[in-house]
Design a protein around this ligand. Structure first.
Ligand code: NAP
Length: 273
């Protein structure tokens, strides 16, 4: 049987060969927009920057407009692409619908959604408060579902879309003190595979990244001894950099990964082999 790329992808190759506004060849069509939730810092900001370098316009989603979000926007904007901030809570379905409406009126062609916003509220299960269980599941898991739901119609209409969900290696292996977070991140994996199956026929791909321990505000709270102990358990003997997650996110968001869907890929220095 002859292997042929579907027509829709052949058409995309015109865009693939284009040179982006940052002046580099890239794997994405020019003029396309990526939504990145939680892109004011850490992994989300690194992903937004990486996609911007590929020539994508960026819709940043965060909880509030403040000095940090302004700084992130400025940094992303320096790549030469259009970038805007949309504020809301990804765990509130009305907020995600409203933000999506605002994004659609501000940007032309949303092609990528990166569900990155996440929080932790750690403790052993016996002492874990109900509100900490709810909040972590709501933001990490339901937020990812609501944002995906808000993007599906535009993606279906244009018969193309790439969703990249940021799970965690603890969603695969568990972690003492993180029952709420590990459950939410494991939930993202089931959700990713389901969306991949439900919308593949519409040329919408959905993949997940499972980072190990990455240097961000989230891991900065670790006491130095705990960080040292962690490193000793990682075959590559160091924490990861946000940019190392961002490189994979950009690959999964772009056309070079056109035949990959429903995958979960670890970026963890070999922590969970
Ligand atoms: P981070 O530095 O704490 O940043 C979290 C981001 O999420 C912020 O931009 C924050 O916005 C946003 N956010 C939080 N709650 C939100 C809500 N309800 N609605 C909208 N935005 C919200 O986190 P990170 O370390 O970069 O982690 C990013 C993702 O990677 C998370 O999903 C995390 O679980 C996952 N991850 C991280 C690690 C790690 O080692 N760091 C490992 C595995 C997985 P504001 O600035 O407005 O608060």
């Amino acid at each position: 049987m002859q292997c042929q790329r579907p027509g829709i992808l052949r058409k995309d190759r015109i865009g693939y060969q284009a040179v982006n506004r940052a002046g580099k060849g890239n794997q994405m069509e020019t003029g396309k927009t990526a939504i990145v939730t939680g892109a004011t810092r850490g992994i989300g900001k690194a992903i937004a920057l990486e996609l911007a370098k590929e020539g994508m316009d960026i819709a940043v989603i965060a909880t509030a407009q403040n000095e940090r979000s302004e700084k992130a926007l400025e940094e992303i904007g320096q790549t030469g692409v259009k970038v805007r901030l949309f504020t809301g809570d990804v765990s509130v379905q009305e907020d995600t619908a409203r933000m999506m409406e605002q994004i659609n009126s501000e940007f032309e062609h949303v092609a990528v959604l990166v569900n990155n916003a996440g929080i932790t509220r750690d403790s052993l299960l016996l002492s874990m408060k109900e509100e900490d269980i709810d909040r972590v599941i709501d933001v990490n898991l339901k937020g990812c579902m609501y944002m995906t739901k808000a993007c599906l119609r535009p993606f279906m209409k244009q018969k193309k879309g790439a969703i990249v969900n940021i799970s965690s290696v603890v969603g695969l292996m568990g972690n003492a003190g993180q029952a709420n977070y590990a459950a939410a991140k494991a939930g993202i994996i089931g959700f990713t595979k389901t969306i991949a199956r439900e919308y593949a026929a519409k040329n919408i791909r959905c993949n997940a990244i499972a980072p190990g321990f990455i240097c961000t505000d989230m891991t900065a709270q670790l006491p130095p001894e705990a960080a040292e102990q962690l490193k000793s358990q990682i075959p590559l003997k160091r924490l990861g950099a946000a940019e190392e997650v961002a490189h994979l996110a950009a690959f999964l968001a772009g056309d070079k990964s056109a035949y990959i869907t429903g995958e979960v890929i670890k970026v963890d220095g070999g922590m969970y082999i």
